[in-house]
Design a protein around this ligand. Structure first.
Ligand SMILES: Nc1nc2c(ncn2[C@@H]2O[C@H](COP(=O)(O)OP(=O)(O)O)[C@@H](O)[C@H]2O)c(=O)[nH]1
Ligand SMILES: [Mg+2]
Length: 389
């Protein structure tokens, strides 16, 4: 998995019932008969892989798998699941409306959080009217699981049709004909997805894989992230505390403080592998700040008032009042950081609790007075050190 990630390989696997044309779809994409196709059930018994050279980016591999409905095929099903689990993108192939078994299987693989293209193959068996109907039936069947743009029709290996021609003399002449292969819709949909999110898919899947590998690995990954997260939050708390303490103009306090928090949230989102944009980070901070205001309104009001008064306090024991204000800034950044981590660990969501309870929980878990007195000491230490220089 790591080697695959290093070489930025992307694995595309087919999934589906026996004989729907999985191997044929892959051959049509490749433009050569790399995978064996058979009218017999269960021709493909092992997962097999071929590089798809057509895409410039390179490193795209197509993986053929056995069907999911083998009668004595528990082992085959296991292989199919395993391959799907290691793939970055899935082609779920059907050849008509989905059966109950297929729908169940689709739901199972959809839970693995990989993008899925639903390929309705053997379209040569239907006329235009039937295709229209089939499309709307399938669309409805998989609503909420597959986006409409990810449902594509194909004719990977159209069947031979026997054509009987009658000439003027009344003689019948038999010939055969194949409808043209139709794989372009699938190809362009695949290219779109790979072009827009190929690298991300590979990286995301590698981390999902690491998470699935064992509970232990998952826990270790999380523990490492939490460690890095705590260090990061601390760094920003000190940064903001000192910035606020040093800054004599209250308006700039607020602007600079906001910029520091946004920086921290973006930094944390990278640590937790859920990258956020500036706007997203800003929105999250607004949500958290609104909850903090609701819960601790008067406390923050005093914070702002004292910030506004700071200009007039210069000349008193400036360092001490500055450090006190810095400590409040530190505390607010600490809460934003902790709540953000909580939000990221839950996969960028508030879970069942909602933002209010999430903020409340973090506030409850921290002893405000001791956090602030420690913060004050840290800031003073830093300011004195700075002055010494
Ligand atoms: N009519 C028609 N038959 C197809 C198409 N694709 C595959 N088949 C046939 O379906 C059968 C099973 O194909 P195969 O690729 O081995 O299916 P798999 O078991 O899902 O891998 C073969 O007889 C193929 O000729 C198609 O687009 N149209
Ligand atoms: Mg096959």
């Amino acid at each position: 998995m790591l080697a695959k990630l290093e070489k930025s390989q992307l694995h595309v696997a087919v999934f589906g019932r026996v004989s729907v044309g999985k191997s044929s779809v892959l051959n049509a994409l490749l433009g050569r008969n790399a995978f064996s196709v058979s009218v017999l059930h269960g021709e493909t018994t092992e997962a097999d892989m071929q590089e798809w050279q057509e895409i410039d980016a390179g490193g795209i591999y197509l993986i053929d798998t056995p069907g999911i409905n083998e009668i004595d095929g528990e082992e085959r099903e296991r292989v199919a699941h395993e391959v799907a689990g290691r793939s970055d993108l899935l082609l779920f192939v059907v050849d008509s409306d989905l059966t109950e078994v297929e729908l169940q299987a689709l739901k199972t693989v959809a839970a693995s959080n990989r993008p899925i293209i639903l390929v309705v193959n053997k379209s040569d068996q239907y006329n235009d009217d039937e295709i229209l109907k089939l499309r709307s039936i399938v669309r409805e069947r998989v609503a909420g699981i597959i986006a409409p743009e990810n449902i594509v029709f194909s004719a990977a290996l159209p069947a031979e049709q026997i054509i009987i021609m009658v000439d003027e003399g009344g003689n019948e002449k038999e010939s055969t004909r194949r409808r043209p292969v139709d794989i372009l819709n699938l190809k362009s949909r695949l290219w779109d997805i790979i072009e827009s999110e190929g690298k991300t898919l590979a990286a995301l899947n590698a981390s999902l894989f690491a998470g699935n590998l064992s509970e232990q690995v998952g826990r270790r990954v999380l523990a490492t992230r939490k460690e890095m997260g705590a260090e990061t939050v601390n760094m920003y708390c000190l940064g903001k505390g000192v910035a606020v303490a040093l800054n004599p103009v209250p308006l700039i306090d607020i602007v600079a403080a906001a910029a520091i928090d946004v920086g921290m949230v973006i930094h944390l989102s990278n640590i937790y592998a859920m990258p956020m944009s500036k706007t997203e980070a800003g929105d999250l901070i607004k949500t958290i700040a609104a909850q903090m205001l609701l819960l601790y309104g008067s406390f923050w009001a005093i914070h702002f008032a004292s910030s506004a008064l700071k200009i007039t306090t210069i000349g008193l024991s400036t360092v001490i009042t500055a450090a006190a204000q810095g400590a409040i800034a530190w505390y607010s950044t600490l809460i934003i950081g902790r709540v953000t981590e909580d939000y990221l660990i839950k996969g960028k969501s508030w879970g069942e609790v909602g933002p209010k309870l999430a903020v409340q929980n973090i506030l409850d878990s921290l002893d405000r007075d001791s956090v602030m007195s420690e913060a004050k000491e840290e800031i003073m230490r830093y300011l004195k050190k700075d002055k010494g220089k």
